[in-house]
Design a binder for this molecule. Structure first.
Ligand SMILES: Nc1ncnc2c1ncn2[C@@H]1O[C@H](COP(=O)(O)OP(=O)(O)OP(=O)(O)O)[C@@H](O)[C@H]1O
Length: 579
């Protein structure tokens, strides 16, 4: 027999449905629902515990026969199948109450248990467990793109998502998009106060439409308070992969179940956006800007979308590596910390640990930090030779940056990076605070345009504090989520709201074999250790292609091949995700 202790919020005796022969003592603490059932036939006792972190909802039911006063409540949970994998499975447990002769009295008990369970499952406070209100109603506008991925988004919603929304007591209205751009239009006139959030059942493209629709409203400040959720219905589903990866949830097997689980836990995180400026347009991006082989694969494999779904990227990658292209141009960026080219870090001696200065931008959540560790590796000589032409400029083909900084291989990494050394000046704390002030001032002024204080006009020169790389590139990607696809862990250090863009640069000089190897390493993120890959944390970037050949993609959507630049807007969006 259990004793009620200070941890116990509620305790009672119910019977276990459907057996009716098992009497259970059921107990609620803030962490778990526990029950101990005795089989009346053989006296066997069974103990169980269901953690609130696994519970998504609770529902009351009555008997079909109105003359029977029994009432039931069912708890819906999705615990991990076993300790050795991260796959969840549904477990439903139903308790019956027939203690009172009157139905309404049994119902009152069931409703109170349901209310407490719903609050604890959503992480809400419970002050008086004996008389507890149901959490506030959650109403979602669900947008489904019937043409995303292999065209099964509606099926995904009907078969998998709907049932979990019901279990979690989430109300919704579904709109099937009718054309590309429909979601953007809908967002422009959305009555914000009517909805807890907007749920996208599609790929990243539909969320891109939603974000841009909201950001282009005059009241974009309020509009960006809208909670955004996403369940994978596309082919890449990069944001869903990143959200699940951060939450420790599966994003390969049972992807939809795990994404919907994250969604119905009702946690919301600020998410960084990047304001992107290109020929005649200003876009708001949550994922990436890509140029070179990555964008070519994304765009050119589009035609296999319906046939192959996610596998379209693998087929596209093999094709593109076989007939490898290089892209000439200039890549500039404002580094979070003083920039040291990877070849310089690796040449001469291996540094065991490097340190990035903590970059912070104040947001309502407080200050956030981006830290990085530089691994120890050796660098092919061919990647590190040449002479520089001017400070702040690194020619990818003929530059001896090591020499340029006026240091020898015995100097420490921090002294190489001193401002006096002639290396690229870094962003100072004062600058940080200035940016924060500018963004926050604009945010407080309704109807003012979204500020981008780090970006000069596209046709204007960049300040000296920017680093410039020139030459031929295989790819340049500005990434702000961990994943660009389920087998593309492009930027393992990215966090949903770290206030940092990770700029990945692969220059000409890598063989096809090594490039293929690199693509295989993308799956677990080990490409970051490759001497051919630079991954630089930056606040802003500019890409200036020399020719208009190839593709540039913003969040997987094609834009003209022309100069393009972007700046991080820390934590501006709200995404339904678990840290
Ligand atoms: N009803 C519709 N008909 C045609 N196109 C649509 C419709 N609704 C949305 N779109 C467009 O379809 C494109 C692809 O959508 P989405 O990105 O969601 O799927 P995906 O490309 O398969 O997934 P991912 O971007 O994750 O690879 C987007 O550009 C979107 O604007």
């Amino acid at each position: 027999m259990w004793k009620k202790n200070s941890e116990t919020l509620l305790q009672d005796n119910f019977f276990l449905f459907p057996t009716k022969t098992h009497t259970c003592q059921v107990k609620l603490s803030r962490q778990a629902l526990s029950y101990e059932c005795t089989d009346e036939k053989n006296g066997k006792v069974d103990s169980h515990e269901v953690k609130f972190s696994d519970i998504i909802g609770c529902m009351c039911k009555k008997e079909a026969d109105d003359r029977v006063p029994s009432v039931y409540f069912t708890v819906f949970s999705y615990p991990f199948r076993n300790k050795n994998n991260n796959l969840r499975e549904k477990k439903e447990i139903t308790f019956g109450i027939n203690r009172c002769v009157r139905y309404d009295e049994n119902l009152k008990i069931a409703i109170n248990w349901r209310n407490v369970i719903m609050r604890l499952a959503r992480g809400l406070p419970v002050t008086d467990a004996e008389s507890c209100d149901l959490p506030e109603l959650v109403k979602l506008l669900v947008l489904v793109n019937p043409h995303s991925g292999s065209g099964k988004a509606m099926e995904v919603f009907e078969n998998d998502v709907k049932v979990m929304l019901k279990e979690a007591d989430v109300q919704y209205k579904v709109i099937k998009t009718e054309y590309a751009g429909h979601a953007t239009e809908l967002m422009k006139t959305l009555r914000l106060s009517e909805w807890y959030g907007v749920l996208i059942v599609s790929g990243d493209g539909l969320l891109f439409e939603v974000v841009n629709g909201l950001m282009n409203r005059n009241d974009w400040i309020e509009a960006m308070e809208t909670n955004l959720g996403i369940v994978p219905g596309g082919s890449g589903n990069a944001l869903c992969c990143s959200i699940n990866y951060a939450a420790g949830e599966s994003f390969r097997k049972d992807f939809v179940l795990h994404s919907t689980f994250v969604l119905v836990k009702h946690k919301v995180l600020p998410m960084d956006l990047v304001v992107v400026e290109t020929k005649g347009s200003r876009l708001y991006s949550f994922l990436s800007v890509t140029w070179g082989i990555i964008s070519d694969i994304d765009y050119e494999s589009e035609k296999y979308r319906n046939l192959l779904g996610g596998a379209r990227f693998t087929v596209g990658a093999i094709k593109r590596i076989a007939s490898l292209r290089h892209y000439k141009g200039r890549v500039s960026f404002l580094p979070v910390t003083k920039y040291i080219p990877k070849c310089q870090r690796l040449k001469g001696r291996a540094f065991s640990v490097g340190q990035l200065r903590s970059f912070t931008l104040t947001h309502s959540e407080g200050r956030r930090y981006a830290n990085s560790q530089i691994g120890s590796l050796s660098m092919p000589e061919s990647m590190c030779n040449g002479n520089s032409s001017e400070p702040g400029r690194v020619n990818s083909e003929n530059n001896d940056v090591f020499h340029e900084c006026g240091v020898n291989s015995n100097d420490s990494i921090l002294s190489i990076n001193d401002a006096e050394s002639g290396c690229y000046p870094a962003f100072s704390d004062d600058d940080d605070d200035e940016i924060v002030r500018e963004i926050m001032t604009a945010v407080k002024q309704p109807d003012s345009p979204v500020p981008s204080p780090l970006l000069p006009a596209l046709n204007e020169p960049l300040p000296d504090s920017w680093v410039v790389l020139e030459g031929e590139f295989v790819t340049v990607c500005a990434v702000y989520q961990t994943h660009l696809g389920d087998d593309l862990l492009a930027s393992p250090q990215s966090r949903i709201n770290d206030g940092v863009i990770h700029l990945m640069v692969v220059r000409k000089g890598i063989s096809k074999n090594n490039l293929l190897k690199l693509f295989l390493e993308f799956e677990n993120g080990s490409h970051v250790d490759s001497p051919y890959v630079e991954l630089v944390p930056v606040l802003a970037f500019r890409i200036e292609p020399e020719s208009s050949k190839g593709n540039i993609m913003v969040d997987g959507e094609q834009v003209p091949v022309a100069p393009i630049q972007g700046q991080v807007l820390p934590g501006l969006a709200k995404i339904m995700a678990i840290k």
